[in-house]
Design a protein around this ligand. Sequence first.
Ligand SMILES: Cc1cc2nc3c(=O)[nH]c(=O)nc-3n(C[C@H](O)[C@H](O)[C@H](O)COP(=O)(O)OP(=O)(O)OC[C@H]3O[C@@H](n4cnc5c(N)ncnc54)[C@H](O)[C@@H]3O)c2cc1C
Length: 456
Amino acid sequence: MTEAPESTDIAIIGAGIVGIAVAYYLVVDHGLTNIVLVDAGDPMGMTSAQSGENYRNWWPHPVMTAFTDHATDLLEQIARASDNRIHMTRRGYALATRRAAPEDLIQELQGGYGDAAAGRIRFHESAGAGYQPATSSEWTAAPDGVDVLLDRALIQTHFPSLAPKVATILHIRRAGDMSGQQLGQFMLEAIRAAGGKVRRAAVTGIDRGTAFTLALDGGTSNLRADRVVNAAGPFFAQVAAMLGETLPVTCVFQQKISFEDREGAIPRSLPFTIDLDELELPWTEDERAELAADPAGATLLQPMPGGIHRRPDGGDGGRWIKLGWAYNTTPSDPGAAEPPIDPYFPDVLLRAASRLSPALSAYIGRLPRGARHYGGYYAMTPENWPLIGRMQTPGAFMAGALSGFGTMSATAAGAICAAAVAGVVLPGYATGFGLGRYDDPVMVAALRGQASRSKL
Ligand SMILES: Cc1cc2nc3c(=O)[nH]c(=O)nc-3n(C[C@H](O)[C@H](O)[C@H](O)COP(=O)(O)OP(=O)(O)OC[C@H]3O[C@@H](n4cnc5c(N)ncnc54)[C@H](O)[C@@H]3O)c2cc1C
């Protein structure tokens, strides 16, 4: 007698932070508990393990601002309910430029906050003009909105570690960091307590009959499901292809470094701080010759985009720091045997980062022992908006293409996708995340043409 295949109401493919959040909101918002999260590896073990774990509500478009505000509301609910088990902090994002009164950035800020912009943006043109620095990491203690610091002396008073050339800082106040791993664990406990399961297996094919039949591990077993959710992170497009669908998503490898800041180059109270200005790296003649001879190095001789970021890691009493720079724009195959780790990256990043934080130059060519150089894939649409909601196949749903913002937005992505599965009305902003947006090529072209798609 052949054994009946395992079956479930809802199979979620992928137990990264996004698949877990979908399951969590199916349980807590809709009471749907007959769920199996299927993952080829450990839950939270792929991209979600590489996240910088930062969050912000600063975006060039009000739809993304609404999305991350919703996500942050939900994160704050969890922080409140769990005695802040997710280690949420809120020192903000400090966006620094050497440009005085950069109109384009201010307009982008106003565009991103939409109708609420006037009440959310405060300008400070001199010392003593009411700017409240981030004296505490407490997420409950920080103001909302954005402080725009337009005076060099004011900036040096509050950000003495930054280069004196900085003329403007946009301090985004609803921003900070948290533990994505703790968030995932918190949600997994609730899912399991409600009867949801995690199944370790690779989904290698999907058949659609009266229900879905997922082939596991090359067909050694099957899982039947009435509904499926694609939350496969870097393999989002591949899982869609198993359903015969094409999604406009590519994967771009991005890297970070972290190390013990023995020199105290980054004050523990520094917000997540980003150098927005593009730059040409100052190479010596010998270095130029060496880079020019290497196809992977030659691009480093060209002008490079801004977006170099740094922050203290491990709380006020910690000593580690994290730095990153998402300058890579070349898609690659997440299924390749080896990730495309760039050996030049730590050195390039430290040279670039020490322009804004000069004390970091102590580490160029001398990273402390134990330093980590790591990375993962940003699964992205060309417009850098996620895809969340129904797929074309009836009964199939998706939550993916969360690029460099999936940790901060997993709660809202999970809540929206769970609502779609449960057949409940979605929040208004979420219609932009469905496949229907491609029926409006004018809007999509406008999004793709934005000067900033906020890729950090
Ligand atoms: C270097 C770096 C820094 C980042 N920093 C931040 C940050 O500061 N803030 C932020 O908000 N976001 C950040 N991100 C983005 C964030 O990490 C991702 O958006 C998020 O982790 C994506 O989660 P996910 O669940 O979609 O994907 P993943 O975590 O990759 O999970 C997908 C899961 O699907 C499984 N899977 C795939 N295919 C199959 C299959 N066929 N069968 C079974 N299982 C399958 C995989 O094993 C994996 O566990 C960063 C990303 C990187 C790479």
